[in-house]
Design a protein around this ligand. Structure first.
Ligand SMILES: [Zn+2]
Ligand SMILES: [Zn+2]
Length: 126
């Protein structure tokens, strides 16, 4: 199981966890990419944004659009991953808070997807 990103789970802990479980995590990511439509969309959106920033098509701001604080590490947040260029630029802290709110919805959604897949699989088996 990949630990969720929480406040207790600091960046160092995550990096350490990643380097110790690289194989396992990558394997899980590959699997997720294969079976999880939402995860695939998230990956594609992030890739698009990375490229757009690199090619200077969009500019990463220096201020968080939520708390208005300056940060060298403003992150792109999406409420709708199917609209990659509708970006909410947030500092790391606000981004983390946003995801704490959204995770609950995502978990429910994922559970639903999983249940549906399971049902489809069991139907095939009969
Ligand atoms: Zn902020
Ligand atoms: Zn986000």
């Amino acid at each position: 199981m990949i630990k969720p990103y929480t406040a207790k789970n600091s960046k160092e802990t995550n990096d350490k966890y990643y380097s110790e479980n690289k194989e396992k995590i990558n394997e899980k990511r590959r699997l997720m990419y294969k079976i999880d439509e939402h995860y695939r969309l998230v990956c594609k959106t992030k890739e698009l944004i990375r490229k757009a920033i690199r090619d200077k098509e969009i500019e990463r701001p220096m201020y968080c659009s939520f708390c208005k604080r300056f940060s060298e590490r403003i992150e792109a947040h999406h409420e709708d991953y199917s609209k990659p260029f509708i970006i909410i630029w947030l500092c790391h802290q606000c981004h983390k808070d946003q995801h704490r709110i959204f995770t609950r919805e995502e978990i429910t959604l994922r559970r639903r997807i999983k249940a549906r897949k399971k049902k489809e699989e069991s139907n095939k088996g009969e």
